[in-house]
Design a binder for this molecule. Structure first.
Ligand SMILES: Cc1cc2nc3c(=O)[nH]c(=O)nc-3n(C[C@H](O)[C@H](O)[C@H](O)COP(=O)(O)OP(=O)(O)OC[C@H]3O[C@@H](n4cnc5c(N)ncnc54)[C@H](O)[C@@H]3O)c2cc1C
Length: 466
């Protein structure tokens, strides 16, 4: 006999698990199905969390190596990759177990197995111990995304890896070729560069980190280059051959032209991610998808089939854990008859390298294209007292405000710890703040966040500390 729920959520990533938890809080009987065997999805298992564990560890190592002597701290630091990896795995284990705890706390039934929608309201889950039939008034698709490969290039997750394999190298590749200068490429490229790899990033476009404000991206490229990461822009990988332990990677100009062979010991393919709906049965049920395979929903996360909803990486929008989480909350509230919504203009995006990059809202490029008149205020970390004490003076804060109303439209930062500082900017945008509101808000001294206040003052032409 089928087990019945108010809502079955398929996928246990930040979209799925947060949706199930919020449904539980709202008094609905929810189940969350995930095939992975450990909840938390891409984010907790093979994404945000393991990558940040390695980024933090390797940043500490770099600071110890390069900055400690400048502070008068002596000694020669070294690293043990196995311990670094064990730390990463421990954190992943603790956080994924944490999701199970939150399920228990909110009376969510966690089910391990592959979910398939056999008809609206009917879900069949195939796990190790056989198949369970579930019935629910609502089904939420939160099956996330998967790595995009390239025809002719086989990812073995040992030598030719996706981000997943790049989180698991058992030794430091001497020469690492990274295909794609997006966020994941520069983050994981940084990890291995810091541990000694010669890193070459090949990117199709003529710039790195597409979507990030152009001025920030140019400064970012300069700073990463100074750290020893090499970029080959406007270029494409067209093939790879394995010659024993060495890879011969064929690279051509993006617009076509002479082929060049580049040797590497490992290659990471990170040219994007695709919505993952394999085996879900969407064709049979008639759930509409767009040309890119994303599940189509309205602004309330409803698909074209009554009672089926979709959130997170599997639908349109930025592939970010907190975007999935925001949609999860709004979708759960809509299912419960409330009025959940997401303000996409206030969703930040962070690159956790050194320096960090953190952005929210519109870029100058977007505003120009839309014909919106704006004013800009900028403040460099070289003029921030705390950045000076910490020897972390690279980068700047840039605030863009509407020319007429002064409303904050975008905040773009590159610098130390800006990933934490962007929350203030998101809040400002969420509350429709003016740049003057930020400029007149007290910021503790001496903190890096004073750079945000000074940039806001600069919008009005009265930055006082430069
Ligand atoms: C290396 C890397 C680093 C990242 N770093 C960041 C970061 O720092 N910050 C950030 O915001 N984002 C980051 N991301 C992106 C982030 O991980 C995703 O945006 C987020 O996980 C999307 O959440 P989701 O719930 O939509 O899907 P997912 O997290 O992908 O979860 C979907 C789950 O559904 C399961 N599933 C799929 N089909 C079925 C089925 N039929 N039945 C049962 N289960 C199924 C999958 O196994 C998976 O566990 C990173 C991604 C990667 C790869």
């Amino acid at each position: 006999m089928a087990e019945t729920f108010d809502v079955v959520v398929i996928g246990g990533g930040p979209g799925g698990y947060n949706c199930a938890i919020r449904l539980g809080q709202l008094g609905l009987k929810a189940a969350c199905v995930d095939s992975r065997g450990s909840f938390g999805g891409t984010c907790l298992n093979i994404g945000c969390i393991p990558s940040k564990a390695l980024l933090h560890a390797t940043d500490l190592y770099t600071v110890a190596r390069l900055d400690f002597p400048r502070f008068g701290i002596t000694g020669t630091p070294g690293f043990d990759l196995a311990t670094m990896m064990a730390h990463k795995q421990k954190v992943v284990g603790e956080l994924t177990k944490g999701v199970e705890f939150l399920f228990r706390k909110n009376k969510v039934t966690g089910i391990v197995g592959a979910g398939k929608i056999t008809a609206p309201g009917k879900i069949s889950v195939t796990g190790k111990d056989g198949t369970r039939e579930l019935e629910a008034k609502h089904t939420v698709i939160a099956t996330g995304s998967d790595v995009v490969g390239l025809p002719g290039i086989t990812i073995d997750e040992k030598q030719i890896v996706s981000s997943t394999g790049a989180l698991e190298f058992t030794s430091v590749p001497k020469r690492l070729l990274v295909m794609g200068a997006g966020i994941i490429g520069v983050e994981l490229g940084s990890v291995w560069r810091r541990l000694g790899s010669e890193v070459l990033v090949v990117e199709f476009l003529d710039r790195i980190v597409p979507g990030v404000d152009g001025e920030v991206a140019r400064q970012f490229e300069r700073l990463l280059t100074r750290q020893g990461i090499k970029f080959k822009l406007s270029s494409k990988v067209v093939g790879v051959e394995k010659n024993g332990d060495v890879l011969s990677v064929a690279v051509e100009p993006a617009s076509g032209g002479a082929r060049e062979m580049i040797e590497a010991d490992a290659m990471m393919v990170c040219i994007g991610r695709r919505p993952y709906t394999d085996g879900l049965g969407l064709e049979d049920v008639g759930v509409q998808r767009d040309k890119r395979g994303r599940v189509v929903t309205d602004a309330h996360f409803k698909t074209n089939i009554a009672g089926i909803w979709a959130i997170g990486d599997v639908r349109e929008g930025a592939m970010l854990a907190h975007k999935a989480e925001d949609e999860a909350v709004a979708c759960a509230e809509n299912i419960a008859g409330r009025a959940g919504h997401v303000n996409y203009d206030a969703i930040p995006s962070v690159i956790y390298t050194y320096p960090e990059v953190a952005v929210v809202g519109k870029t100058e490029e977007e505003l120009k294209a839309a014909g919106v008149a704006y004013k800009v205020g900028k403040f460099p970390f070289t003029a921030n007292a705390r950045a000076k004490t910490n020897i972390t003076t690279e980068g700047f804060v840039k605030i863009i405000a509407d020319a007429k109303t002064d409303r904050v439209l975008g905040v773009h930062m590159i610098g130390p710890d800006v990933g934490n500082m962007i929350a203030e900017a998101s809040l400002a945008i969420e509350f429709s703040a003016a740049s003057e509101d930020i400029a007149r808000t007290s910021h503790a001294h001496p903190t890096l966040s004073e750079a945000v206040r000074q940039a806001a003052m600069a919008v009005g032409g009265w930055a006082m500390q430069m």
